[in-house]
Design a binder for this molecule. Structure first.
Ligand code: HEC
Length: 230
């Protein structure tokens, strides 16, 4: 092997080239992104390289994306463990790149800044089911919570013919003592999936966290580079 140094140089350059192309350039473009206010205002003291007032964040306004609650963070772990990502994406494409916005999957396209607070970004590549980036905007409040629990327990209850698998093992069946639990699933009348009389289905802690996470997925804010159209 008289060309060993040359071989090593080749390997080194192949790795260095792809590292620079994929990681360093990506980091230069997006690495400094931070949460932002919805709009920017011209600064009264600083100017940019063209002498125009620099656009800065107004003081005291909320920063987006928001930090998720602790329970939602736990739910994200359940989402990962259950493999929801193999059927659901979390990215809304721009108009002209698919019908995502027309389908109501989000009021605007998602941009890199929407993901800056996430340590594991679950963009997903396969859409056997709908995109979930804005699920919490479509199913809100207590009604949204109830719908999602029934749907996870068995998608057929609220979405007949669905090919999504049931996640009934995230729920437990228990005997009703004295009065029904507040958390018990509220089955539609005569549902064939309801437990027998005297029993109720309640979510486990993991199911509660998962639904909290799903409801926290919301694109209800503008960003300077991605404004929600009127
Ligand atoms: C085998 C593919 C598959 C897997 C795995 C899967 N889903 Fe689904 N999901 C679907 C399909 C198909 C639909 C559309 C039909 C329906 O509403 O059930 C759907 C619908 C949904 C909806 C309703 C979306 C809407 O806009 O109405 C939610 C919420 C959802 N899934 C959450 C989950 C969660 C959470 C997991 C993991 C615990 C999961 N899915 C795993 C296929 C899947």
């Amino acid at each position: 092997m008289k060309n060993l140094p040359l071989l090593f140089c080749g390997i080194f350059f192949a790795l260095a080239f792809s590292y620079t192309g994929l990681i360093v350039s990506g980091n230069i473009q997006l690495g400094a992104l931070e949460p932002s206010t919805e709009t920017l205002v011209p600064s009264d003291s600083e100017v940019d390289e063209n002498g125009q007032p620099l656009m800065v964040m107004p003081e005291g306004e909320t920063l987006y994306p928001r930090k998720p609650s602790g329970l939602a963070e736990q739910g994200k772990k359940v989402y990962i463990e259950m493999g929801c990502m193999y059927c659901h994406s979390q990215q809304v494409r721009r108009r002209g790149f698919g019908a995502d916005i027309d389908r109501g999957w989000g009021p605007r396209a998602t941009v890199a800044r929407d993901y800056v607070l996430q340590d594991r970004v679950l963009l997903g590549t396969i859409r056997t089911g709908p995109d979930l980036a804005h699920l919490g905007g479509r199913y809100a409040g207590e009604a949204g919570r109830d719908w999602n629990h029934l749907h996870l327990y068995n998608p057929q209850i609220v979405s007949e013919g669905s090919t999504m698998p049931p996640f009934a093992f995230l729920y437990k069946k228990q005997e009703i003592v004295n009065k029904p639990s507040e958390k018990a699933l509220d089955f539609p009348p005569d549902s064939e999936y309801a437990p027998e009389p005297g029993y109720e289905i309640v979510p486990t802690r993991r199911a509660e966290a998962l639904v909290e996470y799903l409801l926290s997925l919301k694109i209800d804010y503008s960003l300077p580079e991605a404004v929600i159209p009127e």
